[in-house]
Write a protein that binds this ligand. Structure first.
Ligand code: ADP
Ligand code: MG
Length: 338
């Protein structure tokens, strides 16, 4: 007799959650990315106990109707891609359609959503099961509360670090998202205290100043560069402003914050011997390219990316940053009059 059975969806969601939902900051990432994909211009993130007790994300995006609000918690349910062809042309941050299903399977959720025209919907879930779904007031946007994260996965709960460490992950994440989207106003509060706030006025330098401080940003220079396949731009600190870790380097590919070892090295390499050993610059590097040259489907958390023509890009980054740093370091000599 056959012993193999296809597992029920709630169980497979919980298994998938192991990869997607590592810690509170992973939930914040998925919820805020959804808010960005929904076209929001203002996103508020409220955490209690670093998100272990409560994570609330409120946006002013396009919202969902009742059918979608329920469907959004099903595995592999997405409005962002429909065909295999789309997988190579991804412009949205999400596309896997598994974040909400995964998060819901390991927490208790309340969702309010409305397109601002029709009556809204409220959905309550516990451990992935829908408890209630009822009409809610009309208010454009989505408001989602995730409570008691990992209440049914005690091993994961135990593995979490201190409130300070977990909060640090969320702050870092919101800083990077704010740098990626200067036109969105972000506000992160922890136990009702504002930790990160950006204006959403669309000025990257202003976002940099609110994160790294005005005096540091005065010592950052803008760079722009282009090759046949890539366009890059951003800000790089002068060698006098350094940090003890590479965490102050933010690499964005078509608006997505990614971790990329080779590009990190190319940036540090651009400074050559100008940086003391063990010190790193503050850099925001924006890379625009044809999505066909990128593959973000490497890991469910979508932190990593594979890039075609990587060597061309690394060379462009190295040369562009190197030349701007050298130009600013050694201003052109003005010929003295005889
Ligand atoms: P993905 O983002 O990969 O599509 P998710 O599980 O994160 O998968 O979300 C499922 C779907 O729910 C999304 O495709 C989107 O249509 C809808 N959705 C989720 N969050 C929001 C939101 N804040 N505003 C509007 N729609 C949302
Ligand atoms: Mg998503």
């Amino acid at each position: 007799m056959g012993q193999i059975i296809v597992m029920e969806e709630l169980l497979s969601n919980k298994i998938a959650a192991g990869e997607v939902v590592e810690r509170p900051a992973s939930v914040v990432k998925e919820l805020v990315e959804n808010a960005i994909d929904a076209g929001s211009t203002s996103i508020e993130i409220m955490l209690e106990e670093a998100g272990l007790a409560k994570i609330q994300v409120t946006d002013n995006g396009k919202g969902m109707d009742e059918e979608d609000a329920v469907q959004s918690f099903s595995r592999h349910a997405t409005s962002k891609i429909t065909t295999e062809h789309d997988l190579f042309r991804i412009r949205s941050l999400g596309f896997r359609g598994e974040a909400l299903a995964s998060i819901a399977s390991v927490s208790k959720i309340n969702l309010w959503t409305s397109d601002g025209v029709n009556v809204g919907t409220k959905v309550d879930l516990e451990g992935g099961r829908i408890l209630t779904c009822k009409p809610a007031p009309i208010r454009r946007g989505t408001d989602i509360i995730v409570k008691q994260l990992f209440f049914n996965t005690p091993a994961r709960l135990k593995y979490l670090k201190t409130v300070q460490t977990e909060l640090g992950h969320s702050i870092d994440l919101i800083n990077r998202l704010a740098l990626s989207f200067p036109s969105i106003a972000f506000r992160l509060t922890h136990n009702n205290q504002t930790i990160v706030q950006t204006s959403g006025r669309g000025d990257l330098k202003q976002v940099l100043a609110s994160i790294y401080g005005v005096s540091n940003v005065k010592k950052m220079v803008r760079f722009d560069g282009e090759s046949s396949d890539f366009r890059i731009s951003g800000y790089a600190s002068l060698p006098e402003i350094t940090r003890a870790s590479k965490n102050y380097i933010t690499i964005l590919v078509n608006g997505r914050w990614v971790k990329h070892y080779g590009l990190n090295n190319a940036i540090v390499d651009a400074y050559h011997t100008l940086l003391p050993i063990g010190r790193f610059p503050i850099v925001v590097l924006n890379i625009e390219t044809d999505p066909m040259l990128t593959d973000v489907n490497v890991h469910p958390a979508k932190h990593q990316i594979r890039l075609s023509k990587e060597k061309e890009l690394m060379e462009l980054v190295r040369q562009t940053i190197r030349s701007i740093i050298h130009r600013v370091q050694q201003p052109p000599k003005i010929m003295e009059k005889p």
